[in-house]
Write a protein that binds this ligand. Structure first.
Ligand SMILES: NC(=O)c1ccc[n+]([C@@H]2O[C@H](COP(=O)([O-])OP(=O)(O)OC[C@H]3O[C@@H](n4cnc5c(N)ncnc54)[C@H](OP(=O)(O)O)[C@@H]3O)[C@@H](O)[C@H]2O)c1
Length: 304
């Protein structure tokens, strides 16, 4: 059984299965696709798949499983051939991404970007800052990572409100957003990319947020209408911390870079050794399940 993986590190994580051949192929690197594509049954695409590694699936007539190392599968999902299961690494990125969210909230409220700039200029610039205690944090997309954020915020004396697609105990449906947004001091976006969520953070969403509130995007840039966010940030009414943007990457002259009310990181929330290890362990466990005929986990049956 042939498995294609994107790096040597992934190959090392998948050693030792009798009858399984692991080849390192990253179609995005530009080399012609090896003829062995015709034999691939288990495919792990690169962490940030580009068009060539996505199109490579069309050359894999025996493909049975596409296992991502990421939680988000929006780029791959429309291109997975019929007959192949798409599985994500939901759960593997909870710790890394949830930590980033907490760091983003604290850094923004306690004005770390401002103090970092003052340090760079060797200026002792005393000032009061905000404080997270007593604030209301609204998690929009209360799934695996959202729950990990809540666990991490449990010692910060905050009130958590949760929104998911389906209402359940303690979790509001999306329809409640207009009532919840004006009450939140911090809005954390963690929803997946779906037909419903693309562009969901638009002028109306942002206008619903209270003055001085913080918007944190750890999901995907396409969930936000960038021009609407930029317009709202330009007035200084809101602050934002963005790990993901649309477009991504942001070009050098993009207006978001220069806005004092936004702090940007380059899609790094889930990129930690802990997340990478967990994703590799999960991929190995999935290969084990596939080889032994056990049901796979994290099989994507809908949009996420
Ligand atoms: N920045 C990074 O480095 C990074 C790292 C990892 C993941 N991510 C992003 O984070 C996303 C979430 O990951 P996860 O593992 O937490 O996924 P998950 O466990 O599947 O949770 C997604 C949650 O979003 C909810 N949702 C779906 N549609 C919604 C809508 N229209 N409005 C509000 N909520 C909606 C779902 O509701 P139900 O529970 O009702 O289905 C679910 O609770 C991923 O899709 C990925 O794009 C980013």
């Amino acid at each position: 059984m042939l498995t294609w993986v994107p790096t040597e590190q992934v190959a090392e994580a998948l050693t030792g299965f009798p009858g399984v051949t692991v080849e390192v192929v990253n179609a995005d690197a530009g080399a012609p696709l090896p003829a062995s594509a015709a034999e691939v049954e288990f495919y792990i695409p690169p962490f940030f798949p580009r068009p060539a590694s996505i199109a490579a699936m069309r050359q894999m007539p025996r493909l049975r499983v596409v296992q991502t190392l990421t939680a988000g599968i929006d780029l791959l999902r429309p291109h997975v051939p019929a007959g192949a299961a798409l599985c994500n690494a939901r759960g593997a990125h909870d710790a890394g991404t949830a930590e980033w969210v907490v760091a983003a909230i604290l850094a923004s409220i306690r004005r770390f970007p401002y103090f970092a700039a003052e340090q760079a200029a060797a200026r002792w610039s005393f000032r009061f800052t905000g404080c997270l205690a007593g604030r209301t944090v609204l998690i929009v997309g209360y799934g695996s990572i959202g729950a990990a954020v809540e666990r991490r915020l449990s010692g910060f004396d905050v009130e958590i409100r949760r929104v998911a697609r389906r209402a359940r105990d303690g979790v509001h449906p999306v329809a409640d957003l207009p009532a919840l947004l004006p009450e939140a001091d911090v809005v954390v976006l963690l929803a997946p990319v779906t037909a419903e969520t693309i562009g969901m953070v638009d002028a109306g969403f942002l206008a619903g947020m209270k003055d001085g509130a913080l918007f944190v995007n750890a999901a995907r840039g396409s969930l936000v209408v960038t021009d609407d966010l930029r317009e709202e940030l330009r007035t200084g009414r809101l602050n934002a911390v963005l790990d993901v943007t649309d477009p991504e990457p942001l070009g050098p002259g993009h207006p978001l870079w220069a806005m004092p009310s936004v702090f940007i990181t380059p899609h790094v929330a889930g990129s930690t050794p802990v997340s990478a290890r967990a994703a590799l362990d999960f991929a190995r466990a999935q290969l084990q399940r596939f080889c032994s005929g056990q049901p796979l986990l994290n099989v994507i049956t809908g949009e996420y």
